[in-house]
Design a binder for this molecule. Structure first.
Ligand code: HEM
Length: 401
């Protein structure tokens, strides 16, 4: 059952996500400190809808695991596919049934086997950067192509179509495009994937779409439309998030030369994985996407939430909660990062997290080692941050080496 969000006026409500301080663009909006301190939940305007922003670590943990809170949020912004529900917006048991069909391609073992391939990609993109001069936009030249190529390979989608699906993702992830534009983008990618599925039925390969066709569509457990839409979810989630972590993570490290040098010079994989985990916590790029809806009366953080009311998880605030982490605003690659929620929490926790970690553990040190003179090519004030997108990051990152 989908619980429709209640409509009411958003006049006067603070907009979520809040405005960051332009001088500290890697930190969440300063106002979250007050939200966390004074209210458990804060009534906000989220994409034109009233919602409760959940900002304390403990409250997010509760909200993401309480069965009275559902992921079946009926989005008003047209971000759903045409008539098809996607598993991230479903509750168990149906969510679990669909998710299980995809997990095989995201296991530790499968990702481990992919590592040499990812290393090769990272080095090839750096070779191309070096061959083309001594400056580039790191987003287009490196941060975006690596995860995009990896997810294309996993799914069996031709990477040569990457410009097409990256454009579609930008429209869907933008907080400023219209419902009509989003619906059109959805229909286009849906048609593209259905067509691709048709081709795979005749010429299967050993990638994911062909595997799911063989294991679930042919025996009648899954229809082509749902496979197409879930393929799109993976394509979308698979490159946009990691790409922004690579670019924003690089920017964060350029501002901390000692930390950068430790990551560049170490041969200890634990230092690298600790650094990646801390960057994930510190940057919390999923700053506005994780929404839920109450299905019954429930009290969270001392606030009564009524059925049909929306909740939006303020992951950047939760990951900087001083009640959970000491000195939370400090980027400290030696800290114990356990319990961070950059990948969410509970049954919807990120399906691609093992892959994302591997990509970051390869992409960041490879870049720093191959280009030891890496630096920003413009002042920080000229960099366009993605305040306008559901996934935070930078639109471009002009660098030189
Ligand atoms: C779910 C973050 C990379 C696929 C999530 C959620 C977060 C997240 C916060 C929870 C959403 C919710 O509860 O509503 C990230 C970050 C990434 C990343 C920060 C990179 C650094 C990836 C990659 C893939 C992926 C590489 C796959 C190819 C998914 C999927 C879900 C998900 C399918 C939905 C899972 C479910 O509902 O069961 N991710 N993600 N993500 N992520 Fe990621």
């Amino acid at each position: 059952m989908t619980t429709k969000p209640q409509h009411s006026d958003v006049t006067g409500l603070p907009v979520f996500p809040g405005d960051r301080d332009a001088r500290c663009p890697l930190d969440p909006a300063p106002v979250y400190q007050e939200w966390r301190r004074t209210d458990g939940l804060r009534r906000v305007n989220w994409n034109g809808l009233p919602a409760w922003a959940v900002s304390r670590h403990e409250d997010v943990r509760v909200a993401m695991t309480d069965p009275r809170i559902s992921a079946e949020v009926e989005m008003q912004q047209g971000s759903h596919g045409p008539g098809v529900t996607v598993f991230p917006r479903m509750d168990d048991p149906e969510h679990a049934r669909l998710r299980r069909m995809l997990t095989k391609d995201f296991t530790v073992k499968r990702v481990q086997a992919l590592r040499p391939e990812i290393e090769k990609m990272a080095n090839t993109f750096i070779d191309e950067m070096v061959a083309s001069g001594d400056a580039a936009d790191l987003v287009q030249a490196y941060a975006l192509p690596i995860p995009s190529m990896v997810i294309s390979l996993l799914l069996g989608v031709p990477y040569s179509d990457h410009a097409f699906f990256q454009d579609i993702t930008s429209v869907l992830m933008s907080r400023t495009t219209t419902v009509e534009e989003k619906l059109k983008a959805n229909a286009t990618i849906f048609a593209y994937l259905l067509d691709l599925i048709g081709k795979k039925e005749h010429e299967p390969d050993d990638a994911m779409i062909s595997r799911v066709l063989r294991e679930y569509v042919e025996p009648g457990e899954l229809n082509r439309e749902t496979l197409a839409m879930n393929g799109f979810i993976l394509l979308n989630a698979g490159h946009e998030t990691t790409a922004n972590m690579i670019a924003l993570g690089t920017l964060a490290l350029l501002g901390l030369p000692d930390t950068l040098a430790r990551i560049r010079d170490t041969d200890d994989p634990k230092v690298i994985s600790g650094a990646v985990e801390e960057l994930l916590r510190h940057l919390s790029i999923v700053h506005s996407l994780v929404a839920r809806v109450a299905t019954e009366d429930i009290e969270i953080g001392g606030q009564l939430v009524r059925p049909g009311e929306l909740l939006v998880m303020n992951l950047p605030a939760a990951n900087r909660d001083p009640a959970f982490y000491d000195d939370p605003d400090r980027l400290d690659i030696d800290r114990d990062t356990r319990g961070h929620m950059a990948f969410g929490h509970g049954v919807h926790q990120c399906l691609g997290q093992v892959l994302a970690r591997a990509e970051l553990e390869i992409a960041l040190p490879t870049l720093l080692r191959r280009l030891p003179g890496l630096r920003l090519a413009v002042p920080l004030s000229e960099i366009r941050f993605r305040n306008d997108m559901s996934i935070y990051g930078v639109h471009e990152l002009p660098v030189a080496w």
